[in-house]
Design a protein around this ligand. Structure first.
Ligand code: ATP
Length: 235
């Protein structure tokens, strides 16, 4: 229902202090796609999301959003161009209520969702509006974290392991939400360890090993190639 955007990452390198962690990540997330980064712990998936967002001290290479170079843009500038990051630890304020958490994020780009619209996407949160973050289940916290980034008006969503530690029924719910966001035109880059979940919702997958992309797999082929991938994924 509104324009999505193309993210093109080329030869991206990133360092923590002296230690180089990304060694030339190259991949695309085309407008309206759901794309996953798969790979074992420590492969560099989270660092890739942080580097796109500008949350890493030193990075080189190219990150283009519809052609505009972002590699030297600070995090608030990246956010203003319409990219949002939902961290693995979810980043909600546990001492604040659901309502307060939803009202807090700044609307940085045009088209941020209103609280009512977000509650339509996550009906469970409606009954919990006045509950503090500490009283929420893991699934409710994840939904609140997703709701908060939808407030900002971002069109490109970077999601770090949204299913981690959640029960299967909640994982299915998160999967349906991601499908809904896709139909609304969002562009989504997803870090996932849960291959079954990833294969159900993604258009394409990139396998990450030691800070670079070592394989690209079309969505429907993931299940059939799983045996060959087990080594890379540490399964
Ligand atoms: P995980 O699922 O465990 O988060 P990942 O693929 O997302 O795995 P990263 O978290 O990106 O991997 O980590 C990539 C490498 O960078 C690892 O070797 C990790 O030890 C290192 N690393 C991550 N964060 C830091 C940090 N703050 N300081 C120094 N090194 C770090």
């Amino acid at each position: 229902e509104r324009p999505a955007e193309n993210l093109a990452v080329r030869t991206l390198e990133a360092w923590y202090g002296e230690s180089k962690v990304l060694h030339g990540m190259t991949f695309d997330v085309r407008a309206g796609e759901v794309v996953t980064l798969l790979g074992r712990n420590g492969a560099g998936k989270t660092t890739t999301l942080k580097a796109i967002m500008g949350l890493i001290e030193r990075r080189e290479g190219s990150i283009r959003l519809d052609g505009a170079e972002l590699v030297a843009v600070p995090p608030y500038g990246v956010a203003r161009r319409g990219i949002a990051f939902c961290p693995e630890e979810r980043g909600i304020f546990s001492s604040l209520s659901v309502r307060e958490n939803l009202l807090l994020p700044p609307v940085v780009a045009e088209g941020g969702m209103g609280v009512d619209r977000i509650l339509d996407l996550f009906p469970n949160l409606r009954e919990r509006l006045d509950s503090p973050g500490t009283k929420l289940s893991g699934g409710e916290q994840q939904m609140l974290a997703l709701g908060r980034i939808l407030r900002t008006g971002a069109r490109v969503l970077l999601l770090d392991e949204p299913t981690e530690g959640l029960a299967p029924v909640i994982i299915r719910q998160i999967g349906r939400t991601i499908e809904t966001l896709k139909t609304l035109g969002f562009t989504i880059l997803l870090v996932e360890q849960n291959v079954a979940f990833a294969s159900g919702i993604a258009d394409r997958h990139y396998v990450v090993e030691l800070g670079r992309v070592v394989d690209e797999i079309p969505g429907p082929e993931l299940e059939t190639r799983l045996d060959a991938l087990k080594g890379y994924l540490g399964l």
